[in-house]
Design a protein around this ligand. Structure first.
Ligand code: NAP
Length: 299
C-alpha cells in the first residue's frame, strides 16, 4: 500500500501497516519525515504520483480537506488515470459533503474511494483501543479490509455506501466528547471556585460518565421509537435541578453559558408541553435549527 502524509497520524498508520507485514510506500510533502519509517522497512517515494503508482491501496492522511484537494489536483495533473483501478482511503478529518466531493472526483478517474474516520490518538493505532470506521462501496471495503485491519484489529467497521457516513459519525462523536469534557470542566470551575481541586473531583466525574454511558442504549431506543416515557425522572424534575446549576454558577462567578444552554433547550421542550416526558424528548430540540435570538426561549 501507499501512505501519503507522514504527520503524527500518518506515521502511526505506516508503523501499524509495517508491523502487520504490509509492504508500504510512503510520501510526505516536506521531505525528511520518512527516515524512521524507512529504517523500519517503508519504501520512500519522491512524489505522490510515484507512491500511488506503487500500490493498489492508497491511504491519505493530511491536515484537512484543502490539503486533500491539492493532493488530488496534483495526482490529476500528473496522470488523469493514475487512480483508475486503485482504492483511495482518505483518513483526513472532514465533513460529509467534503467526503462526497472527494468520492465523486476519484470516481471520475475510475478509482474507488473510501472515507474513513479515526477514533484514536496516534499511539493507539494498531492496538485494541483503536476504532476506525469507513464509508463507501462495500466491494472496495471488502477488497482492502484485511489490510485496513492492521490499524484497528477489532474495530474496523464499514458504515455503509454513502461516503459521508464516516465524517458524520466523526462529528457526532466529537460533539459527544466535547460535551463530556465541557461538563467536566464546568464542574471543575464550580468546585475550583470553592477552593477544591479538579483532581479530587475527577473520580466522581469518571464514575458518573460511566453511569450515564449505561443509559445510552435505552435513550437510543426512545429516540428511535419517538416515545419518551419518564422512567426515573420527568423533564420537569430535571429542570428544577438545572436551575440550581445556573444559580450556583452565577453565585460563584463562574460562566453560566453551558448551564444556560442546557436550561434553554429544556425550557423549549417544557413550552412545547413535554415537561412530563423523559429526558430523551430533548432530541426534538436538537432536530431543528436553533430559534433566532430572542424567540422561543421557553416558558
Ligand atoms: N493526531 C490525532 O490524534 C488524530 C486523530 C484522529 C484523526 N486525525 C486526523 O488525521 C489528519 C492528520 O493529522 P495529524 O495529527 O497527522 O496532523 P499533522 O501532524 O499536523 O500532519 C499533517 C500532515 O498533512 C500534510 N499536509 C498538510 N498540507 C498538505 C498539502 N497541502 N499537501 C500535502 N500534504 C499536506 C503535512 O505535510 P508537511 O509535513 O509537509 O507539513 C503532514 O504530513 C487530520 O485530518 C486529523 O484531524 C488526527
Amino acid at each position: 500500500m501507499a501512505v501519503l502524509g507522514l504527520g503524527l497520524m500518518g506515521r502511526a498508520l505506516v508503523g501499524a501497516f509495517l508491523r502487520a507485514g504490509h509492504p508500504t510506500t510512503v510520501w510526505n510533502r516536506t521531505p525528511g519525515k520518512a527516515a524512521e519509517l524507512t529504517d523500519a522497512g517503508a519504501r520512500p517515494a519522491a512524489t505522490p504520483e510515484e507512491a500511488v503508482a506503487a500500490a493498489e491501496l492508497v491511504v491519505v492522511c493530511v491536515s484537512d480537506h484543502t490539503a486533500v484537494r491539492e493532493l488530488l489536483d496534483r495526482l490529476d495533473a500528473a496522470d488523469r488515470d493514475l487512480l483508475a483501478g486503485r482504492v483511495l482511503v482518505n483518513l483526513t478529518s472532514g465533513t460529509a459533503a467534503q467526503a462526497r466531493e472527494n468520492a465523486a472526483r476519484v470516481a471520475a478517474t475510475g478509482g474507488g474511494y473510501l472515507d474513513g474516520a479515526i477514533f484514536a490518538v496516534p499511539p493507539a493505532i494498531g492496538t485494541p483501543e483503536a476504532v476506525v470506521v469507513y464509508a463507501g462501496a462495500p466491494a472496495d471495503f471488502e477488497r482492502h479490509a484485511p489490510a485496513l485491519r492492521a490499524l484497528a484489529a477489532d474495530a474496523t467497521t464499514h458504515l455503509g455506501e454513502d461516503h459521508g457516513l464516516a465524517a458524520l459519525h466523526d462529528s457526532a462523536v466529537l460533539g459527544l466528547m466535547w460535551s463530556i469534557l465541557n461538563g467536566f470542566l464546568h464542574g471543575a470551575a464550580l468546585l475550583g471556585a470553592a477552593g477544591l481541586d479538579a483532581t479530587a473531583y475527577a473520580p466522581l466525574a469518571a464514575r458518573t460518565t460511566v453511569t450515564v454511558a449505561g443509559w445510552l442504549a435505552d435513550q437510543a431506543g426512545q429516540v428511535d421509537a419517538g416515545t419518551y416515557p419518564a422512567g426515573d425522572a420527568t423533564l420537569e424534575t430535571h429542570i428544577a435541578t438545572m436551575d440550581h446549576l445556573v444559580e450556583e454558577s452565577a453565585a460563584l462567578g463562574v460562566s453560566t453559558e453551558l448551564p444556560d444552554l442546557i436550561r434553554a433547550l429544556a425550557g423549549r421542550a417544557l413550552a412545547a408541553g413535554q415537561g412530563g416526558a423523559g429526558y430523551a424528548v430533548l432530541v426534538e430540540q436538537f432536530r431543528r435549527p436553533a430559534p433566532a435570538a430572542g424567540h422561543g426561549a421557553g416558558e
